[in-house]
Design a protein around this ligand. Structure first.
Ligand code: 2P0
Length: 334
């Protein structure tokens, strides 16, 4: 099935005309503890494995959408009109094409993003989720959160996990049309959990995750072991979350991220997102562990690290990493 048909299927009984003047939606960014790396269908963004994430609370994207009476799309990011040649805007506008009821339907997109774009902090995840949520609000579709997740997944895979706070599993699904490849919240709270964003380089990445994962699938001789590794890590993570076993959660998340980056190193040509500062930070984290701190990291398609720890150890950890941007994913959320 192609993307156009899959989207039409979800929107089959939905209005083609906006019901409101504007639609607004906030989507939190999410960080995978068990990574999505490789697709079985590049058109629908259907993954080779399930993945599991934690949302970043108030960090994410708030998008407001309205129709433009002028025959042009305009995209504002953080108050500034954004260059349409950037990958971020190009991808958003290409995806919007699937939602125009007629070719002359143009949009004004205003997005407030409070994380660096394209630096491996999941800006595309919250960007696409917020866009789909804003479309739903503008047209008054009133879709379920699962349906929004299905739609956003077709914009960017990880966006399927950006509709909930807390832990979210993106179920791999087995259907060819992808209608069972959707985000599902775990509904387990862990108030002491903290994520520390260690920004080592906020520049745009050179190679998109989309290209990087595809190259890994096609060229790494070790990719065949990835799905089994994921099965084991996902089970361990879910068990760690259910039993609030932080050591198991931290160890498994760190190993999963390192396994993904190890796979990338074996792609041809090789892919390396880490820089010297990334490696230095890893060594520091491992030294902290040797000194008894329960501190772990995960890393996405960029040089930055996301540290994982529990609130009682925060003061000790900040002494080692004074510039850490600390997120409490379960604070003030009911
Ligand atoms: C993840 N990443 O699970 C993994 C780990 C980056 C590293 O999902 O091609 O932007 O749009 O489906 O979702 C980033 O990839 O890729 C990603 P597309 P996406 O968070």
């Amino acid at each position: 099935m192609n993307k156009k048909l899959a989207i039409a299927h979800i929107l089959q009984s939905c209005s083609k005309e906006p019901k409101h003047e504007i639609g607004t939606f906030f989507a939190p960014s999410n960080i995978a503890l068990c990574k999505y790396w490789g697709k079985r269908d590049t058109e629908l963004n259907l993954p080779n494995t399930a993945s599991l994430s934690i949302s970043l609370g108030d960090l994410g994207a708030r998008t407001t959408l309205s129709l433009n009476s002028k025959p042009v799309d305009v995209v504002f990011v953080n108050g500034k009109e954004f260059d349409k040649n950037t990958a971020f805007v190009k991808n958003l506008l290409n995806f919007l094409d699937y939602f125009r009821s007629y070719p002359e339907m143009y949009f004004i997109v205003k997005t407030e993003v409070n994380i660096p774009i394209g630096a491996g902090l999941a800006s595309s995840a919250c960007g696409f989720a917020a866009l789909v949520g804003a479309l739903d609000a503008l047209f008054g579709w009133d879709l379920s959160t699962s349906q929004l997740s299905l739609l956003a997944r077709m914009g960017s895979g990880s966006a399927s996990r950006s509709f909930w706070h807390g832990f979210v599993e993106w179920e791999m699904g087995i259907r060819e049309d992808g209608m069972d490849s959707v985000g599902v919240p775990l509904n387990i709270r862990w108030p002491e959990l903290r994520i520390g964003l260690l920004i080592l380089n906020a520049q745009q990445k050179i190679l998109s995750s989309r290209e990087a994962m595809q190259r890994t699938v096609l060229t790494s001789p070790f990719y065949s072991v990835w799905p089994n590794t994921q099965d084991v890590h996902l089970l361990r993570l879910k068990n760690a979350i259910e039993t609030r076993n932080f050591l198991e959660l931290g160890e498994t998340s760190e190993i999963n991220a390192l396994a993904m980056h190890a796979l990338m190193l074996t792609a041809c040509p090789p892919i390396l997102y880490s820089n010297p500062a990334t490696l230095e930070a890893m060594h520091k984290i491992w030294q902290c562990r040797q000194q008894g701190l329960s501190l772990f990291f995960t890393q996405d398609a960029g040089p930055n690290l996301k540290l994982l720890f529990l609130h009682p150890e925060q003061d000790a950890i900040v002494k080692f990493f004074p510039d850490l941007n600390i997120i409490a994913p379960f604070m003030s959320r009911g």
